[in-house]
Structure formats: C-alpha cells, structure tokens
Design a protein around this ligand. Structure first.
Ligand SMILES: [Zn+2]
Length: 125
C-alpha cells in the first residue's frame, strides 16, 4: 500500500505537532510571530520572523527535515514505509529516491522524536 501525501497537509501536520498552541520562536519561545513569505523550493513551507529576537525560521527549521531537497510528503511516505518494515532499498524503490537518501532517512527517523510522533499520527492503531 502506498500512501500519497499532499505537501500542504504534511506541512500542516508538522505545524500541529511542533506548535500545538500556535507558532513559537524556536530560539526564544516568543509567540509573536510574523509570516514573511515562503521557502523558494517549497511554496507550501512558510517562513516566519520572531518579533522579539528577530530570528527568522521556517516550518522545518531545527527539525530533521531542515535543508532537505526532498518534499515533506516523501519523508512522510518514508516514515510509513520504515514503520512497516521496509528496508532502505525498499524505500529507495518505492519513492524513487537515491539509496543514500533512503538510507539516511531510515536512520535519521529511528532516533528522532519528531519522526516518532509523526509516525504515531499517521499510522492507524
Ligand atoms: Zn525569538
């Protein structure tokens, strides 16, 4: 079974998990956040600026997804595949990504608490 996630919904889920009470600055924890556009490569990912410390960040800043060239939807697919026991080779084939990327994703996910939380939200009990 292949899951197909829409990027927009993935970003929304990430926001809900990271910031259940609304977006906060990852640096100073201030909740006065201004939206300042989006990430060039992924228009669904918003950029923010903290009105207190002026730190600018995005939906994926300070997460394992930060700086990835893969869309969140692929990461989420990989999380599901990994949870169902797929090998890095299986993830590579299924998502048509490089073996290196698949291997990296599989290993990053194992210890990342955010990835664990996403997995719990995505998988039916
Ligand atoms: Zn701040």
């Amino acid at each position: 079974m292949e899951e197909n996630f829409v990027e927009n919904r993935c970003v929304e889920l990430l926001r809900t998990i990271r910031w259940p009470g609304g977006i906060r600055c990852p640096r100073c924890d201030c909740s006065h956040i201004i939206e300042v556009g989006h990430i060039r490569t992924f228009p669904e990912h918003r950029r923010y600026c903290c009105s207190k410390c002026k730190y600018t960040f995005s939906d994926t800043s300070m997460t394992l997804f930060h700086g990835s060239r893969l869309p969140l939807s692929k990461w989420f697919d990989a999380i599901i595949l990994g949870a169902k026991g797929s090998s890095a080779m299986g993830i590579k084939r299924e998502l048509r990504i490089t073996y290196k990327a698949a291997w990296r994703i599989k290993h990053l996910m194992r210890e990342d608490s955010l990835a664990q939380e996403i997995k719990q939200r995505l998988l039916p009990r």
